[in-house]
Design a protein around this ligand. Structure first.
Ligand code: ZN
Ligand code: ZN
Length: 355
């Protein structure tokens, strides 16, 4: 984990320091989950300034930085910068608010606050490539997700509401040991399934509905993400045609994705197939995103991302077709990019299940 701090420091000149305040990056660099705290990386050292609620645990567990009890953090930062000879301070451009930026600029006399995004870029770069340990956490989270899918299958019955199914899944997953939910679970049925990010309602599941479930677990701070769509009782020809198209689009993208190809090309493989089948305009989101200490990380497979895929990336592949006022289908797996290809981390059944 010390290497991660080195990767940030490598982006800095000899008189520059970095202040990390976002929860995800702070956790990534310290391994310490907390709702507050500041990590200051100077040319010589690293300091984790954390308040009384966390300091005891932080002192016992954080190995990558000197743990300091937060008193007046602005004065503490000023003193550490002066002590380590840093005259310029970078913050995270993406997550630092204008008011926070102004407060630091005005509160640190003699220090130049820098507006560039090189800290963000260094961290996106580092976080994209998962270590073995990070991968093991994602795999463990996905195993809980697969197990929850198996559990819920015969509990999706006409008369139960979307919310009941969602709560059942969440409770089961937490009992398996998930630290929380990867994000608010999506359980949508019938007409609601045409909403890609619909919220579970009190609508009762009915025979003939498609039920789309998008969910994931968290293990040691790492997330998993999976979507499955199942039919209840019976399936119409149109439903089957849409399902088969999404399935084929995902299969084509899974077959195509590998190190060396651009994200946009992977998206195109699935998109061309869906549009070619007559569903242009019905797949209005990107094909996938990286997953790690946050559910949505970079790079992403969409119609804009030109980044070249590399070994170590964990990417979702989640094509969908959404027919307004009718129904929708999405199928989502997570793949890990190896040296020569991919490993699919998602083991749940994918052929159309009628429950
Ligand atoms: Zn998802
Ligand atoms: Zn996703």
């Amino acid at each position: 984990m010390k290497e991660r701090i080195e990767q940030v420091r490598a982006a800095l000149a000899v008189n520059e320091a970095a202040l990390i305040e976002s929860g995800a990056n702070r956790f990534y660099l310290t391994g310490f989950p907390s709702s507050a705290g500041q990590l200051l990386i100077t040319p010589q050292d690293a300091y984790f300034i954390i308040d009384f609620r966390y300091v005891e645990k932080a002192r016992a567990t954080v190995k990558t930085a000197n743990v300091i009890l937060m008193e007046n953090s602005r004065e503490q930062i000023a003193r550490l910068l002066a002590q380590d000879g840093a005259t310029h301070l970078y913050v995270e451009a993406e997550s630092t608010s204008l008011s926070r930026f102004a407060a630091l600029r005005d509160g640190l006399p003699g220090v130049t606050l820098c507006e560039g995004d090189k800290i963000d870029r260094a961290l996106v770069e580092a976080r994209a490539i998962k270590t073995r340990e990070e991968l093991a956490n994602i795999v463990a989270a996905q195993q809980m997700t697969d197990e929850t899918f198996t559990y819920i299958l015969d509990r999706i019955t006409p008369g139960r509401t979307e919310r009941e199914v969602m709560l059942d899944m969440e409770f089961y997953m937490r009992r398996l040991g998930s630290e929380g939910v990867s994000f608010d679970f999506i359980v949508v049925s019938g007409k609601n399934s045409s909403l890609p990010h619909g919220v579970p309602t009190d609508k009762k599941i009915e025979r003939g509905d498609f039920v789309t479930m998008d969910f994931g677990a968290v293990v040691n701070g790492y997330h998993s993400d999976m979507t499955r769509t199942v039919a209840v009782g019976t399936v119409s020809e149109e439903q089957r045609r849409v399902y088969d198209t999404v399935y084929a689009a995902q299969a084509a993208a899974l077959d195509f994705i590998r190190p060396g190809v651009a994200c946009i090309e992977v998206d195109r493989v699935a998109r061309d197939l869906i549009y070619g089948a007559g569903y242009e305009g019905c797949f209005g989101h990107g094909l996938g995103h990286s997953v790690g200490v946050e559910i949505h990380e970079n790079p992403s497979c969409n119609t804009r991302c030109q980044e070249i895929l590399r070994p170590g990336i964990v990417m979702t592949i989640e094509p969908g077709i959404y027919l307004e006022n009718k129904f929708g289908v999405r199928i989502e797996d997570m793949v890990y990019l190896t040296e020569n290809g991919t490993e699919n981390l998602t083991k749940s059944e994918k052929k159309l299940l009628i429950v």
